[in-house]
Design a protein around this ligand. Structure first.
Ligand code: TMP
Ligand code: ASP
Length: 236
């Protein structure tokens, strides 16, 4: 597989073309941003850790019937992926109140949500990724009602699989963000699933083990990421 020109550079990843039009290489960087780029830094080896975690989780999801863009892990920082037309909707699923849910609605952090809360955000950095409903998304032309209903059902199924997977590894899956894309008439899960895009709390101590350690200067970011990697990959 020949790595071609860079198609896109995001905050945490670069995407490269390959000699096959249908395939791209997603390369994970150590750069970290928060609050839509207002806070910037690096987390040592984050790219390696997030690639390893994402490849493992996407493989687990595929094994359980969820179609994703993962083809194979190519190297420490590179994932070979199907080339998606990204849907400009960030799908957030919440099991426990935290982050913007607490800020926006006044929930007490840590409150268990009996029914997972699924939210749609417009993927648009210039607008700060605003929360939107289905009518907004359709009016904006980013997705159809049918696609949004697929996204919600898919996100709920992924949540059930991930929650179970993480509980076995002594982690609470508080919330997470997914991105999907169109590919040959189907909708596939894209992007990544990692401590950058999820909140994980230790099952026993409730210690935060994700990007909140970077967002709020809690310290021990690298250790938290590698501990999540260790639990996800089952390493000692
Ligand atoms: P929030 O509480 O800040 O809305 O975040 C909800 C979840 O989505 C959390 O697990 C972090 C993740 N997330 C991203 O992956 N990218 C983003 O740009 C934002 C705002 C949140
Ligand atoms: N990923 C977003 C940013 O880069 C927000 C976040 O994760 O806090 O700013």
């Amino acid at each position: 597989m020949k790595k071609g020109t860079q198609l896109y550079e995001g905050k945490a990843k670069k995407v490269f073309a390959t000699d096959d039009n249908d395939l791209v290489i997603q390369e994970f960087k150590d750069d970290a941003t928060a609050f839509n780029n207002k806070k910037k830094g690096t987390i040592a080896d984050k790219g390696v850790v997030n690639n390893a975690i994402s490849c493992k989780l996407f493989t687990m999801l595929e094994e359980n019937g969820v179609r994703t863009h993962l083809v194979e892990k190519l190297s420490d920082r590179e994932m070979l992926c199907r080339h998606l037309e990204i849907i400009k909707v960030e799908v957030v699923v919440r099991n426990i109140a935290a982050g913007s849910l607490v800020k926006r609605y006044g929930f007490v952090e840590g409150k268990l949500l009996e029914n997972p809360v699924v939210e749609f955000y417009l993927k648009d950095d210039e607008l700060d990724d605003p929360l939107m409903n289905e009518a907004h998304a359709v009016a904006l032309g980013v997705a159809t009602f049918e696609e949004l209903s697929v996204l919600k059902i898919r996100a709920e199924a992924i949540n059930a699989l991930l929650k179970h997977f993480f509980a076995e590894r002594k982690l609470k899956l508080v919330d997470f963000k997914l991105e999907f894309g169109r590919h040959k008439g189907e909708i596939l899960l894209g992007d990544e699933i990692s401590p950058d895009t999820c909140r994980f709390w230790d099952l026993e101590t409730n210690e935060k083990m994700d990007k909140d350690r970077f967002r709020f200067d809690l310290g021990g970011v690298e250790n938290a990421y590698s501990e999540v990697q260790r639990r996800v990959l089952g390493q000692n």
